[in-house]
Design a protein around this ligand. Structure first.
Ligand SMILES: [Cu+2]
Length: 508
């Protein structure tokens, strides 16, 4: 079974997800769905998405479930944009709810960012022009209407975006989409007895975030990907509402992280276990040249510090698939197909140089607390909430209260006003559990996590990072943000964001 243990040059222990005997049986039999690739240049510089309801079968034996998608029944096409291009986007809303479309990881001005202020009402079409000017990276897009983000993303409103500047092809990295360059959109879902997506609104879901007992990749349950006998690049995106995936291969093989949120690392980082939090992306290169099949799976994700609280019993309950919510299991099986011919590729020793972060550039230091008070009374929507000692919010009745720096999110309040073009150091203090912290419109470098330097694969440009200890990040504000359309700062556990764990900034 699991006998070969890779030598770790990265961090952490080798993760072995406990499914060795059941892994092959747990396959759904579905082939890994590869989202359509929409290349903006090939389409004349314009991409038109339609957000609409759909019907989607998550596995061959499952009934079709009611879903949402962007020009697809579930999720959306992979959008490919070239640096230097101006791309005319349009997003038509054929849903019966208001939505927005946020370009997560794109460095564009706030008035085209698609945050909660840029509502697309049912029947309307939103047409932002995106001037693409940032290094090659895997980014993504998703719905972001305040208070309804969790449900809309859960229903399927998310997709991957690839920004290109030619550097990956020049480096010789695998680059044939759908062949040796595969998008993997990682999610978990809970289904009702009749096979519908089950988005519950109990208070415990608001605290832990909505988690499921069924692991899905590109909208399929434990699918199988055929890969060439060669190097394969996997573009990993955690688009789950709340859970972290702790990824490793069943044979313990070492793989290389080559990019994170903001683009390439200076050099590939060998690693055998990788944690990816909601909102984060990593690109990894996996060597299948020995012809051996492998299964990529996740360890369980118990939210530390919360599992012992009253009402958290559902964390260990077992659903119809036998996996506990946030349990371990296989995600994608890779079958090497010697008949698949891939263009030559290699893993270079060096990727794209990146300067060390320079904290002396910061003109301001701010403290940001991520606050939550686990009220168990009911749904979200309780107004107000004052803050007690230690960031604990005193909920005024029902529902968990969450906020930032002691205040619940308010669309009409600007929380921070950094100078355009400046850099700041933010000390971020997560409360009660690990939170994936995300900033719109800016990339940052992690200076320290719990007093230690970040692991190598988290040391390049990031827009989202999982924080479970007080940490320092160095941000640079390159994009203008108006008070009318400010940029968001929030926890990427979507249920936390919807419950108020979000703030906003306008540049001065
Ligand atoms: Cu959170």
């Amino acid at each position: 079974m699991l006998t070969r243990r890779g030598v770790l040059a990265g961090t952490g222990a080798l993760g072995l997800f406990g499914f060795a005997t059941g892994a092959r049986a747990a396959r759904s039999g579905a082939a890994l769905p590869i989202p359509e690739l929409w290349d903006a240049r090939a389409r004349g510089g314009a991409l038109s998405l339609v957000a609409a309801p759909g019907l989607h079968r998550f596995a061959p034996g499952f009934p079709a479930a009611a879903t949402y998608g962007y020009s697809a029944a579930f999720l959306g096409p992979v959008l490919r944009l070239q640096r230097g291009d101006a791309v005319q986007m349009s997003v038509e809303n054929r849903l019966d709810s208001a939505t927005t479309a946020h370009w997560h990881g794109l460095l564009v001005p706030s008035d085209v960012d698609g945050g909660p202020h840029q509502t697309i009402h049912p029947g309307e079409t939103w047409c932002p022009l995106l001037n693409v000017d940032q290094p090659e990276a895997t980014t993504w897009y998703h719905a972001h209407p305040h208070g309804d983000t969790g449900r809309q993303v859960y229903m399927g409103l998310a997709g991957m975006m690839i920004i290109e500047d030619g550097s990956g092809a020049e480096l010789g990295l695998p680059h044939a989409y759908g062949l040796n360059d595969l998008p993997l959109i990682l999610q978990d879902r809970l289904f009702t007895a009749s096979g519908e997506l089950n988005f519950t609104k109990f208070a415990r879901e608001r605290i832990l975030g909505t988690r499921g007992d069924t692991l899905i990749v590109n909208g399929a349950v434990s699918p199988t990907a055929r890969v060439p006998r060669a190097l394969v690049r996997l573009r990993l995106l955690n688009s789950a509402n709340a859970r972290n995936f702790h990824l490793s291969f069943d044979d313990g093989r070492v793989f290389h992280v080559v990019a994170s949120d903001g683009g390439y690392l200076p050099a590939p980082v060998p690693i055998a276990a990788l944690t990816i939090a909601p909102g984060e992306r990593f690109e990894i290169v996996v060597d299948f040249s020995n012809g051996r099949d492998a299964v990529l799976g996740t360890l369980a994700d118990p939210p530390e510090g919360v599992a012992g609280m009253p009402g958290m019993g559902s964390m260990t309950s077992h659903g119809p698939t036998g996996l506990p919510k946030s349990g371990s299991g296989p995600m994608v099986s890779f079958q090497v197909d010697p008949d698949l011919a891939a263009p030559p590729s290699h893993l270079p020793e060096r990727l794209v140089p990146i300067a060390a972060p320079d904290p002396s550039r910061a003109i301001m230091r701010r403290k940001v607390t991520l606050d939550m008070w686990p009220g168990m009374g009911g749904g979200v929507g309780a107004a107000g909430g004052e803050v007690g000692a230690g960031g604990i919010m005193k909920a005024p009745g029902s529902g968990p209260a969450m906020g930032m720096n002691g205040q619940r999110y308010d669309m009409h309040r600007i929380d921070f006003a950094p100078q355009l073009g400046s850099s700041e150091i933010w000390e971020v203090h997560p409360f009660l559990m690990a939170h994936p912290f995300h900033v719109h419109g800016a990339m940052f470098r992690v200076l320290s996590m719990g007093g230690s330097p970040p692991p190598t694969h988290l040391a390049a440009a990031k827009d989202t990072v999982l924080l479970d200890h007080p940490s320092e990040i160095l941000l640079t504000f390159t994009q203008p943000a108006s008070e009318m359309h400010p940029f968001m700062i929030h926890c990427h556990i979507l249920d936390h964001e919807d419950a108020g764990l979000m703030g906003q900034y306008a540049t001065v």
